[in-house]
Each structure stands twice: as structure tokens, then as C-alpha cells.
Design a protein around this ligand. Sequence first.
Ligand code: SF4
Length: 384
Amino acid sequence: MNNKDLPGLYVHVPFCKTKCPYCDFYSITDPSLIQSWLDGIEKEALIYNREWLPAFDTLYIGGGTPSILDEYGLGRLMDILRNSFSFAPDTEVTIEVNPDDITASRLACYEALGINRLSIGVQSLQEAELRFLQRRHTAIAAERAIGLVQSSGFRNFGVDLMYGFHGQTRKSWTDTLERVLSWGPAHLSCYQLTLSDGTPFGRMVSEGTLKRATEEQERQFFIHTSHFLQDHGFIHYEVSNFAKGEEYFSCHNLKYWQRAPYLGLGPGAHSFRDNARWWNCRSVRDYCRLLLEGKRPVAGQERLSPEQVRLEMLLLGFRTARGVDMDDIVDQPFNGEVLARLTSSGIVRVEENRVSPTLNGYLIADRLPLMFFSLISFFIKVFY
Ligand code: SF4
């Protein structure tokens, strides 16, 4: 189970076979740079290995598409990490995989390397929707991949899905959910499609060739998803995340939401410790060059002020069913009154000195903290 005091380790694998038009994660489609990237990871791990002691208890290999790595590449990555850092016994080790890359021998390799959790990017089981999202796998390929996972030793696997986009209906989404549940996943991440500026889909929205779902449609999808999965025994433990039991919560992602320390390696990776955050450059070439020159590949950093710490604590806390500590809210003037109003309107609930969002609260999780954030400190910052 999650230990908030131990740090988590994230490795960004910035390679994909194709680019999805909605994606704003950093990745490139040129696999010829994989060896240089691995050399870079080795150098970056050496920079941090003495600073990050005693041990990590989660390792998350994300991307990009980490399953693009062949057995040699992944084996080398795991060797680098194990030779550079300590890991607690029972470390949660997750890898993100594309259904198209799953084979029996790949799964055996993951197991042999100590990977004990799979996060499978399925997104939809409707062929037309997968074509719209320009995913490289088909629904049939996803079914076949899950068959292989089920006959392997992996019991702890999760599925990533996407909803709330053009052409999807409540019927097609429910059909996807039902079929995915028949596979017996331990975890589900259900993300609302985000149409960010700078992505091809974002540009299509500005040109008027792609329609956004309305706020009401998004709300209905969200509520339907939560009810449906809770009725099937899942815990809705974070805005977009559901687990079959507490033992299947993503320990690594809990670190982000609980503001535990984490180290990110690789281009574009973020790190956090002691209220300081830093992030790497978003270019494999620059990342490798800087490390070859003996420099840290850091593109930016910030140290959070006490106000930012407080706002972030509420922002992240209100994304989770665990919520925030009551004492962190009522320490400000007027917040008792705000809390009473939000409780009576069914946005939050108070239990055992914790304030947590209801389903309606999840819907406005990003706005909730501002309601508690003292206007006084805001005016002080703006006018003095
Ligand atoms: S596979 Fe994942 S990381 Fe790669 S482009 Fe698609 S959504 Fe982005």
C-alpha cells in the first residue's frame, strides 16, 4: 500500500509509433534515438542517485509508449534503474502498454523484469471511435491482447479509456465499459477527451471543423460512468480513476495527489520535493546533448510560496475521495461559512475531520479550492 513518505520514480519514454491528434504529451516517432535516450537516462540517474535515498516504493514507466521498447531496451532501462537507485520490497512497478505491442513473450519479459502492474491504453472498443481517435490498435487487437494478459501471470492490470468526444454515444460508451469489465480489470482510468490548443484536434476546434462536447454532455457522461462503475463494485477514488479495491489504487499516482516526493527521468519529466518542482526539456536531442555536456537537462523550476502550497494542497486533495484535512480549510476566515454552504448543497461531505468531494464536487474539483482560498491573501498579493 502507498507510503506517502517514500518517493516515487517516473521514467518518461518519449517514443510512439504514431502521434494521436489529441495528445499533448511529449513524444516523437523516431525510434533511432532510443539508444541515445537510454544513454541519457543512465547519465541522469547518476546525477540523482545519491540525492534520492533511501528508496523508492513506486516505479512508473510512462510515455509516450513504453511498450515500444523491445526486450533488450527495457532490460537495459531496468538495469540502469536498479544499479542507480534502491527500491523498497514490494515496489509497485507499472508500465504503460499499447494493446498492439502485447505478445506472450513480451508479457513474460515484463514479469521477469519485476514489472507487476500493467496500464493498457485501450481508449475505446468501438472501431469507428478508434479510427476517429487515430489509435493504431483495433478493438479486435485489444480483445486479443487482453486474452494474452489473462493467460499470463498478470492479475493487476488496468485499462485506460476515453469518453465525451464527437460521435460517441451513451450506448457506445456503455458497451465499451461492459466489455472491458468482462475482462476483470483491477483498475480503470476514464478520461474526458481534452482538446488542447496546439494539438491537431485543438486546431480543428478553432477552425470549426471539430465540435467540443457541451458542458452538459460532459457532465452526463461523467455521472453515468461513475454510477455504472460503482454499481459494478469499483471505488471512484479520484476524478478519473476507479479501482476494484483499495489495494488496487495506483500507489504511484497517489504520490502526485498527496504531494509526496517524486523524481522524473527523461525528456519532459517533472520532479517534486520539499515544495520545489522542476521539469526537463521537451526534446530528446537537447536532453541527450545537455547530459553529454555534463549538465542537468532541466528546463525550468519553481519553489512554491506558502500560498501556492496551500492552493495546490486543496487542488490535488479535492481531486480524490480522500479529500483534504478539515484543519487545512478552516484555518482561514470565512471558510467555515463556505464549507457549510458547500456541504448543504451536496458538493462536499465532512467525515472524520476530512472534507471530500461528492460526485457533484468532483465535477467542479478544479474550481473548488478557489472557494476556500482566502480572498484576503489574494488582495494582499495583488495590491501590496
Ligand atoms: S500513443 Fe499515447 S503518448 Fe503516444 S501520441 Fe498517442 S496518446 Fe500520445
